[in-house]
Structure formats: structure tokens, C-alpha cells
Design a binder for this molecule. Structure first.
Ligand code: T46
Length: 165
């Protein structure tokens, strides 16, 4: 059975389904190893929209933790680390920011500003977030509890580890 988002007739910005699919496929080709775009199922009606996230609607792991990043100050960038083990799913539910995703060989910049598209960030992906809009609310689903020991915060160390496999 295809993923449920294939059944959407249109996404919230009004693109027809074919545009939605080609947008996702085109960007995905550019993403580093361990990353992929996941289209979130939007349940819209005349009252507005609702997105529910669970395994059956495309979350690729059991959710252990949810956190939100908001009120990011102008000119501030965040992230600048990779995780050794953690998998996360990141979406912006208001505004947007630019994500840099880097697997040690390929570096990709992605504007994350659609409510219906999340990016999965796997282990050993260096990520940075830049150019937050003032209203940006980033929602992050994580597979495990917070653990500072899982972070690699030094880029040279990350590249060494990533290239060793
Ligand atoms: C990531 C990107 C997308 C906690 O106490 N619990 C938590 O679950 C998290 C995520 C953070 N914290 C504490 C640790 C720091 O004292 O909150 C403070 C800010 O965290 P950090 O500087 O790591 O925030 P970002 O925005 O640089 O990175 C965060 C996540 O930490 C990280 O896992 O992938 O967002």
C-alpha cells in the first residue's frame, strides 16, 4: 500500500498532487546519506488544517521525545553538531529556517518552510540551522531521550569519524 500522503488531493499551498510528488523527489536526490524528506499527511477541511504524527503516518521510529525551537533571535544560527546514534524528524510548523545537512562528503542546503514536509536526520549527519524567520516554530521528534554524550560538536572530529565509516 502506498504511503498515505499519496492520497492527498492537494497540499496546503494548493499545489496539485503531481507537483507535490515531484518537489519531494527533486529535493531528495540532493540530500546527504541518512536524510530524507517525509511528506506529512494534512487533514484539512473548511476549519483549517491538522497534521497528526505517528508511525502509521510516516514517522520512521518510535517517538521518545518532542522538543520545539522558537523565538530564535535575528542572525542567530543553531545546531552545529551531528548525533552518533539519534534519529530525528524535523518540521517547521510556522515560519522557516535554512538547514545545512552534511554527511562528511556531501553538503546540502534546504529551506524548511512547508508545514507538510519534514526532514529525517539520521545518525552521523552534521546539521546547522540558519536564517530563522522571526515566527519560526521548529518541531523535532526524537527517537531517544536527551543525551549530551550522543553529540559530536567538533566538525573535524565529525568528518574523521564519518569518513572512517
Ligand atoms: C538538534 C537540533 C535540531 C535539553 O535539555 N533537552 C533537549 O532535549 C534538548 C534538545 C536540549 N536541551 C538543552 C541542552 C542545551 O542546554 O537545551 C539547550 C539548547 O540545546 P542545543 O544548544 O543543543 O540546541 P540546538 O538548537 O543547537 O540543537 C537542537 C538539539 O539539541 C539537537 O539535538 O538536532 O536542535
Amino acid at each position: 500500500m502506498p504511503p498515505c500522503w499519496w492520497r492527498l488531493d492537494s497540499c496546503p499551498r494548493g499545489f496539485p498532487i503531481s507537483a507535490e510528488l515531484s518537489y519531494t523527489a527533486a529535493v531528495e536526490q540532493e540530500l546527504p546519506k541518512g536524510c530524507r524528506l517525509i511528506t506529512l499527511p494534512v487533514r484539512g477541511d473548511e476549519r483549517g488544517n491538522l497534521i497528526a504524527l505517528e508511525r502509521s503516518t510516516g514517522v520512521p521510529f518510535g517517538i521518545e521525545r518532542v522538543y520545539f525551537i522558537f523565538d530564535t533571535q535575528a542572525g542567530v544560527a543553531r545546531g552545529f553538531h551531528a548525533h552518533r546514534q539519534l534519529r530525528q524528524l524535523v518540521a517547521t510548523m510556522a515560519g522557516g529556517c535554512t538547514m545545512i545537512l552534511d554527511d562528511g562528503e556531501q553538503r546540502t542546503e534546504l529551506r524548511l518552510d512547508r508545514r507538510d514536509v519534514a526532514v529525517e536526520i539520521g545518525p552521523m549527519v552534521w546539521h546547522e540551522m540558519h536564517d530563522f524567520s522571526p515566527d519560526c516554530v521548529m518541531t523535532v521528534l526524537a527517537e531517544a531521550p536527551y543525551d549530551e554524550a550522543d553529540y559530536i560538536r567538533d566538525y573535524s572530529e565529525f568528518v574523521d569519524l564519518a569518513r572512517r565509516g
